[in-house]
Design a protein around this ligand. Structure first.
Ligand SMILES: [Fe+2]
Ligand SMILES: [Fe+2]
Length: 140
């Protein structure tokens, strides 16, 4: 029973980012299991932790971008900020109707992961991977 899978399409080639994405996948699947068992209070608590650890992950990517003069910083950061804002909005209304809103949240996380990771993050990962190969990477 899982919501997300880490597949070839999500590999960015940059190890630290890939590892963090794998952890996000695990976390999202844990959320999915709570939802499936209708443990909505636990889902709600876990979602708060998910949001804060997601924010931490975004900061890591953003620091990599800034330290390494990444050209598409702003368009990438906009997607991070939108995701966080939207998820907080959903979280605030979750307990009004957890069966419906929990499902909305899970679908939102799934779509976002597939689109953002396979799009923006992959581009970033390739850029950082190249710098690593050239020994020019500035860590965070
Ligand atoms: Fe990202
Ligand atoms: Fe990411």
């Amino acid at each position: 029973m899982s919501l997300l899978e880490f597949t070839e399409s999500e590999v960015t080639k940059f190890q630290q980012i890939d590892d963090e994405h794998k952890a996000i996948v695990e976390f999202a699947n844990k959320l999915y299991r709570k939802y499936s068992k209708q443990k909505y209070d636990e889902f709600n608590e876990l979602l708060k932790v998910f949001i804060s650890s997601g924010t931490k992950h975004f900061h890591t990517e953003e620091k990599y971008m800034l330290n390494n003069s990444y050209p598409n910083f702003y368009s990438h950061k906009i997607e991070h900020d939108r995701f966080t804002r939207k998820l907080i909005e959903y979280q605030e209304m979750l307990m009004d109707d957890p069966a419906v809103n929990g499902n909305v949240i899970l679908n939102f996380i799934k779509d976002w992961f597939i689109n953002h990771v396979a799009g923006k993050d992959k581009m970033l990962g390739e850029y950082l991977f190249k710098l690593t190969e050239e020994n020019k990477i500035i860590g965070v």
